[in-house]
Design a protein around this ligand. Sequence first.
Ligand SMILES: *[C@@H]1O[C@H](CO)[C@@H](O)[C@H](O)[C@H]1NC(C)=O
Ligand SMILES: *[C@@H]1O[C@H](CO)[C@@H](O)[C@H](O)[C@H]1NC(C)=O
Ligand SMILES: *[C@@H]1O[C@H](CO)[C@@H](O)[C@H](O)[C@H]1NC(C)=O
Ligand SMILES: *[C@@H]1O[C@H](CO)[C@@H](O)[C@H](O)[C@H]1NC(C)=O
Length: 502
Amino acid sequence: MLLLSAPIAATLFALPCVVANQFPFLHQTSPEVSLNFSSGRNDAGVFSPQYSSLSALPEKEWAVLSHPLHPKHSVRIKKTNICNDTANGYTGYIDFGARHLFFYFFESRNDPDTDDVIFWTNGGPGGSSASGLFFELGPCRIINEDGPKFHPESWNTNANIFFIDQPIGVGFSYAEFGETVVTTEDAAIDVAAFVSIFFDNFSQFKGRSFHMAGESYGGRYLPIFASAVYDQNEVRIGAGLPPINLTSVMIGNGLTDTTRMILSYYDYQCTHTSVEPFVDISSCIRMKGMVDRCEKWMRKACLDHFDLIDCTAAYDHCGSVYSTPFYLTGRNPYDVRQPCHGELTDTICYPQTTHIRDFLNDPTNRAMLGVDDDFKGKWAVYSPLVNSQFEKAGDYLHTTTDYVAALLERDIRVLIYVGTSDWICNHIGNERWTLAMDWSGKKEFVEAEKREWFVDGKKAGLTRSAKGFTYATVDGAGHMVPYNKPKEALEMIQRWLAKEKL
Ligand SMILES: *[C@@H]1O[C@H](CO)[C@@H](O)[C@H](O)[C@H]1NC(C)=O
Ligand SMILES: *[C@@H]1O[C@H](CO)[C@@H](O)[C@H](O)[C@H]1NC(C)=O
Ligand SMILES: *[C@@H]1O[C@H](CO)[C@@H](O)[C@H](O)[C@H]1NC(C)=O
Ligand SMILES: *[C@@H]1O[C@H](CO)[C@@H](O)[C@H](O)[C@H]1NC(C)=O
């Protein structure tokens, strides 16, 4: 969910772009420090036998998994009753020197031993995947003060699923010594190592069909994460290990092509699309007058010849031209049908998320999850610090469509789905890049009919599909599709996993 993407950040949090070019080097801080990590942690009884099955994992202590291909990474995992006896859950950390990434894992409700595995990440940058879990699509949701409640339309209905807090600085993930990860490429290293360690150490999942999913800034994360997992297979095969069976990428309301998304704000606010025009005429005239200019500027500074300072300036300026009138309306950027409830950076416009925060900051629940004592901070749905670090590093300036194309060329299927009431990563900007993307299936995709798709005989949205690439809208849903339309979202991914047509 989430995201205070470039355009908002550019307007709300003014960016000191003169120092931005120093930031990409921060991540090179050496992780090779020798430390006694055991002192502050919940790991009194760490041990490392060979675990071949998840159900053999203990509840009171971590099992620690290592891997010769990833000597600097290890994974800690334990059984955890996250959902009050309504799901088989596990929690753990991916440790990489001073970096510790927290994750949740749930077995499928159907057949964990044969069902596919889904990896889920929220966006931001800075959004915790616990919001995806407890607010959108997890086996249990926290929507009031009563704690986790069974969620019938969970995506673990017939798939095993991970929720990962990444990069460090997000949710329960943290690092010692102020180490940071400020680019998607860097975040991908930890994700790919984790995937490798997990699939090798739990032999029950070996060769299992694997899907990488997420939303919002996930439109940038996932194509790069999936590419890292795909490329890593070469190394795995060389080392005599089976490849990770990466099968598909699923992106909900993603930010994949920032240029097209910024320009689409004009159409979304000022023309008749899924909603009536809702911004005053004079602002619309100003926005329209800037469309050509912003397009040329962003193309020249960001795409034709990337120049960090000029590109940042273009996004700052154009982002502000198109998003300022929106924020003045007071509408929820994730669902224009309603006002933003609460402080955007605190509740992300949904006050229900405060119940998740209260649950995750309760010391008993944190001990149950196994959150390290070394992590002193509070869990928050969104980290403004991580967001601004990514922004300063210019991470969002890069379009990720070439990664999507590269994955499609390698027969990795890609699903782009978009709730039509979302403004911030809206369907217009998303549809435009799916049509403009260069790949060998372009002609077929562009010429494919855009047709209605149905759930229980009712129109759920529109879809277009060719050669493993599917674009779909979801009516009546905002940015967090599974929150607004749980049934349609589950039907959609079930058909996708089963390789059926929507
Ligand atoms: C690490 O810390 C623990 C707990 O304080 C202590 O028992 C142990 O001896 C330390 N190990 C090393 C190698 O210093
Ligand atoms: C995890 O898998 C790797 C690769 O097969 C193996 O070398 C390592 O010993 C395993 N570790 C544990 C703790 O099972
Ligand atoms: C767990 O579920 C039981 C009954 O299903 C309920 O009585 C109890 O209050 C729940 N606990 C929490 C922490 O939600
Ligand atoms: C990958 O998963 C699919 C099922 O989706 C299966 O048909 C295929 O054999 C698997 N590939 C490998 C290499 O295990």
